[in-house]
Ligand binder design. Sequence first.
Ligand SMILES: Cc1ncc(COP(=O)(O)O)c(C=O)c1O
Length: 377
Amino acid sequence: MNPLRQLSLDQLRQRTSMKWRYYPEDVLPVWVAEMDVPLAEPVARAIIEAVKRGDTGYPNGTAYAEALAEFAKKRWDWAPAVERTAIVPDVMLGVVEMFRLVSHRDAPVVVNCPVYPPFYQFIESLGRTVVEAPLGDSWRIDFAALQDAFVRAGEGSVYLLCNPHNPTGTVHTAAELEEVAELARRHGIRVVADEIHAPLTTAGFVPYLSVADDGLSVMSATKGWNLAGLKAALAIAGPDAAEDLARLPEEVGHGPSHVGVIGHTAAFRDGVDWLDALLDGIDENRRLLTDLLAEHLPAVRHTPGQGTYLAWLDCRGLGLGDDPAKTFLKRGKVALNSGLPFGTGGAGFVRMNLATSPEVITEAVRRMAFAWNETSS
Ligand SMILES: Cc1ncc(COP(=O)(O)O)c(C=O)c1O
């Protein structure tokens, strides 16, 4: 059963998380990457059983890594070596720890803009500089731009690769990732891959570490099963990065929640049928969005991504300026992510969250069209 069709708006509005409480009740939220789904039953069961046991102490062991390895082997024909993994509090904090392991304290970080805004926030709060390498045609990696960014960043810098890419849903190919690895080596740059959206790809996902032995990756069940409130993630090293990961300070492993680790483990181990039903639902929603935009907002351009549930909408044809999300919110009472914090290339774009019911998507586009009509009439 499609998990995206199981909850009513009334039920969702009882939630107290960011998506449902940041804006007033009359605003329809299709922004932050939370999904409008009930918790997958195997995950809920594992957490409830842990609570019944009073099993709320500190995390221990490799169950999370083993569950991910089994999942990854079946889905991607690749598996992390359990002994080269470490649990970390969440993906972004894991990414920051990877930067610390492989680069000098003020080494710049290269990113492919437009990209998930916290990439900028976390890098800057570490006191480092972001060097942008804009994505190219069809939101694929532009290798000339990447090389230029590597030169500007300099040897000893880091490249934070988003695989699949948020917000465009680009799933990088094996050939592209091999080229990334080769280019990075040539410029003396270490690659850290944020692969949080990997479970949300139906086909074609290539783990960065399957092509680069010196890479580091951070993976998690957070996006695939909507577990942001259950803090946990896994840092993974390729064979040639094993010594780097071995230097991870022990206290980093105190950050993830034990109950979080239990939930994430159950997701990868027992949540596959649920995930497959979800992926079908997301696909359906992508097609619905294409039809709705063609009908109500034909000036909006959208290249459906192959991964994740986020849609990156080019609204420059609407004449709403650099921040169309502002108009949609003010006049249409629909909350999308503004493209501006996604860095260079984000002006005139909005990000929409398709991990919701077809009714909510329909209503969101109706509100966007209403806002645009109001503004242009
Ligand atoms: C690319 C990317 N990385 C990291 C995160 C956040 O993950 P975490 O909450 O585990 O830090 C998100 C959340 O949407 C994301 O899209």
